[in-house]
Design a protein around this ligand. Structure first.
Ligand code: MEV
Length: 299
């Protein structure tokens, strides 16, 4: 039996703009998905295309049990975390000898095939390696870890990343003179933010600007606006949509002392708050003795 876990992620800056080769900054967050894989002669069948594809790609068969701290369809990279942790656990249980880079690559392939060609390489990369990652065109670079105190607000409004990406693409085709300058402005904000990583007040201001630019791109939602406003009023340095928008989640950067007030304000607006910080580990082997993360269910 092998137990592995992998973290979720938030986009701090640059979502949507990264689709057009602009820079983006994403960060691994503490909530994780835990996956137990066992060699079994007769593995039970469960209808999860992600899990089926993980076993198919690795060329083996076994049983799998998932325990997730990440809500699904919330823009926090839960499917990538399931895929990364499952591949890592299969790799370990069957002694296949894949490297971390291989796992990140395979996880992206799995997501792409299951999601009919559309997947975010950022989600699988951040979940595999953790930390803060600068995405620049096709390249990814880990930035020094930061002690960010974050409160995530899940609107509980389900959204489709593919649909939101498509919507921005259509808007850009119809009105390039409007959309391209917005993408350029997001790029400028992302690049500027890297110079003020230690100054959380300024960083929060750039998050606010990035939020307004995402609204201008048309990926806002009234429930996201409510949570962003509530977080700012409760003392956050800044707050913005994280991920594809149109529902899903927002993220607020907070002074440590204001975290619970911000979380309370989000809950008061019918959001589900997650108070979190950076995850620097990425995919991680867990102790097999930890009963909380192991179980009998199969795929
Ligand atoms: C979704 O989490 C982020 C987007 O930029 C899409 C992507 O990067 O693949 C909207």
């Amino acid at each position: 039996m092998a137990v592995w876990s992998a973290p979720g992620k938030v986009f701090l800056f640059g979502e949507h703009a990264v689709v057009y080769g602009k820079p983006g900054i994403a960060m691994g967050i503490k909530p994780r998905v835990y996956v137990t894989v066992r060699k079994t002669r007769h593995p039970p069948r469960v209808k999860s295309p992600y899990l089926e594809m993980c076993f198919e790609k690795m060329g083996v068969n076994g049983s799998v049990y998932i325990h997730s701290q990440l809500p699904s369809s919330s823009g926090l990279g839960s499917s990538a975390a399931v895929t990364v942790a499952t591949l890592s656990a299969i790799n370990d249980e069957f002694s296949l000898g894949h490297s971390r880079d291989d796992i990140a690559h395979l996880a992206f392939q799995v997501e792409k095939e299951v999601q009919m060609g559309r997947a975010s390489p950022t989600d699988t990369y951040v979940s595999t390696f953790g930390g803060i990652v600068l995405i620049m065109g096709g390249t990814k670079r880990r930035l020094p870890p930061q002690d960010f105190h974050l409160v995530i607000g899940n609107t509980m409004v389900s959204h489709s990343t593919a649909k939101m990406v498509e919507q921005v693409a259509t808007f850009r085709e119809e009105d390039p003179n409007i959309v391209n300058p917005i993408l350029d402005a997001i790029e400028a904000v992302t690049l500027k933010s890297m110079h003020v990583f230690n100054d959380h007040r300024s960083l929060g201001r750039y998050m606010d600007i990035n939020h307004e630019l995402l609204e201008a791109l048309g990926v806002g939602h009234p429930s996201l606006t409510r949570l962003v406003m509530a977080a700012r009023s409760a003392g956050a340095y800044g707050a913005k949509i994280t991920g594809a928008g149109g529902g899903g989640s927002m993220v607020a950067l907070c002074p440590k002392r204001s975290k619970s007030k911000v979380a309370g304000a989000i809950e008061g607006c019918d959001g589900k708050a997650i108070t979190t910080t950076i995850d620097t580990e990425g995919a991680r082997k867990e102790s097999e003795d930890d009963r909380k993360h192991t179980g009998k269910a199969g795929r």
